[in-house]
Design a protein around this ligand. Structure first.
Ligand SMILES: Cc1cc2nc3c(=O)[nH]c(=O)nc-3n(C[C@H](O)[C@H](O)[C@H](O)COP(=O)(O)OP(=O)(O)OC[C@H]3O[C@@H](n4cnc5c(N)ncnc54)[C@H](O)[C@@H]3O)c2cc1C
Length: 502
């Protein structure tokens, strides 16, 4: 007789919940994922507007190149060969445009290529760039999970890299203020904040993209769909339109969860794959240790964003095989979140997502910039589609300001546009369910790493956490955390062994 499978119930079908679900279903658990939206995927989800497909939160990716950490993970899960991915340009996967002196710097794929290319703009600093990049790689090598190793006694995460901020670390390698800004060109990819973001966060993201920056061809939903297929093939279920309304806790043990429709689900183990603040809202918090709940609930969140979605007239705008970053001046690189009504936006990031057969012309462009929730707080009590005329006007003004900025790089861009619409921090809050529409969940602060740490194990003996709030966000952080979460049930070393030998 076959042993009864242990039951796992996962709250939230974003990349965190889906990767956990796929791993655990493959490893013989009975998996059920409850997802509140009509389609699972969270930040992987794509939506259609006027026949064009748009990504919501997974535009720039990496790790899928041969030997890449995600290639290895998704080979083990069994979906790597199903994903359609386009490597960004080797000569410049990121272009950093500084308006004040009109220079566009290229960040190249490959460790040596990166040093040589950036070094060509600063020949006298080339050795400093090399030493900095060596440090970045050394830090990455010390992060066990990033290398699919179990944390062990032999090698620990570089403590210096946890307790020093990115900008301070950069300053120890070069005194050149332009180069200091350039080495922090991608701060918006990791919610970077000056004097706060630990150096290891920047090191991981920087090295990750240097090794294989890329994008999904035809959108990120394909990864969610492939993971759902693995879960279902292994007997699991992903129930959409099924939001969790209540998590019933008795004696530090989750008894059951109740959905918006009143259905009750029980399991041996529960995994929360949603924002921790959103999770606490689903619980009777008087039943949880107050100091634990309050510490985690009070962790500040990263900033939010305003995104413009642009459709081009056919064959009018070139396809860009890179992500562009625009800064008015070098010293603006850390200041995007410190704006007034007059000087917003203080920079932006843009890309033309690839679709099948579009090597020459772009169908669309996504322009993303930082926006704090306070900017839209006056509409905080409104819901999607019912925010009123003043909000629509506000968004139109923001779109125009972003286009003014884009015109500095592409002077004739307005004449090529067929359509434009946008999303604000309210959209992110209401769609992702993150507090104040935080792009990347809770902040990482090198001055306070212990207090801000959220561990996978909780005060409830059968509730584990996963998702972007724990460790690191995005296509790198969330799947790695999913491995750690599943490792709590399967044994981390055993799981890593399987991943490494796939
Ligand atoms: C505008 C934007 C752009 C971004 N761009 C990038 C990028 O280019 N590259 C990158 O790597 N990262 C990017 N990110 C970050 C990335 O999207 C996230 O880190 C990642 O998607 C988080 O995954 P997750 O599984 O932790 O959470 P989510 O993807 O938010 O998934 C949580 C899921 O839980 C569901 N849920 C919430 N509450 C409930 C409930 N009560 N019951 C049931 N289900 C519930 C939600 O509907 C959602 O599907 C971006 C984020 C934003 C906002």
């Amino acid at each position: 007789m076959q042993a009864m499978k242990e039951k796992i119930l996962i709250i939230g079908g974003g990349i965190g919940g889906l990767v956990c679900g796929a791993i655990l279903a493959k490893e013989g658990y009975s998996v059920c994922i409850l997802e509140k939206h009509t389609v699972a995927g969270g930040g992987l989800h794509t939506f259609k507007r006027d026949g064009i497909e748009w990504e919501t939160g997974m535009h720039v990716i990496s790790g899928f190149q041969s030997g890449g950490v995600l290639k290895q993970l998704f080979t083990y899960i069994g979906v790597a060969d199903k994903l359609r991915i386009k490597l960004a340009s080797r000569d410049g996967f990121d272009h950093f445009h500084v308006a004040s002196d009109g220079i566009t710097y290229k960040m190249a794929i490959g460790r040596e290529n990166f040093v040589e290319t950036l070094g060509s703009y600063f020949p006298e600093e080339k050795e400093n760039i090399r030493r900095y990049i060596d440090k970045v790689y050394e830090i990455c090598n010390s992060v066990a999970l990033y290398n699919l190793r179990a944390p062990s006694a032999d090698i620990h995460i570089n403590l210096e890299a946890m307790s020093i901020s990115v900008n301070k670390m950069i300053e120890t390698y070069t005194n050149n203020p332009k180069l200091q800004a350039l080495l922090a060109w991608n701060t918006t990819l990791y919610g970077g904040e000056k004097d706060k973001t630990p150096a290891y966060v920047s090191a991981l993201i920087t090295q990750f993209y240097i090794e294989g920056a890329s994008r999904f061809i035809d959108g990120s939903q394909q990864l969610a769909d492939a993971l759902i297929a693995v879960i279902e093939q292994n007997g699991g279920t992903v129930l959409t339109n099924t939001g969790v309304r209540f998590i019933d806790i008795q004696d530090r043990h989750v008894q059951k969860v109740i959905t918006d429709k009143g259905q009750e689900f029980t399991a041996d183990w529960y995994i929360s794959a949603i924002h921790t603040s959103a999770m606490f809202k689903l619980m009777d918090t008087t039943k949880i240790q107050k100091s634990y709940y309050q510490r985690i609930d009070n962790i500040p969140n990263s900033y939010s964003a305003f995104t413009a979605y642009i459709t081009f007239k056919p064959q009018s705008f070139p396809y860009l095989n890179y992500t562009g970053f625009y800064a008015p001046d070098y010293d603006e690189v850390w200041k995007c979140a410190e704006y007034t009504d007059e000087n917003w936006p203080r920079g932006c990031m843009y890309l033309t997502p690839p679709i099948t057969n579009n090597d020459s012309f772009a169908q669309k462009m996504i322009v993303n910039t930082i926006m704090n929730f306070d900017t839209v707080r006056q509409w905080e009590n409104t819901t999607v589609g019912k925010r009123g005329e003043a909000y629509k006007d506000f968004k139109k003004q923001c779109e125009n300001k972003l286009l003014d900025m884009m015109e500095k790089v592409f002077p004739d861009i307005r004449s090529k546009i067929d359509n434009i619409f946008s999303a604000s921090p309210l959209t992110i809050r209401d769609y992702f369910g993150t507090k104040d529409g935080a792009n990347y969940g809770s902040v990482k602060d090198c001055n306070n790493m212990i207090v801000l740490n959220i561990s996978i194990r909780t005060k409830m003996d059968n509730l584990l956490l996963t998702g972007q709030n724990i460790n690191l966000h995005g296509i790198l952080g969330v799947p790695l955390t999913a491995i750690a979460t599943c490792g709590e049930l399967l044994g981390l070393e055993k799981l890593l062994n399987k991943i490494n030998t796939s």
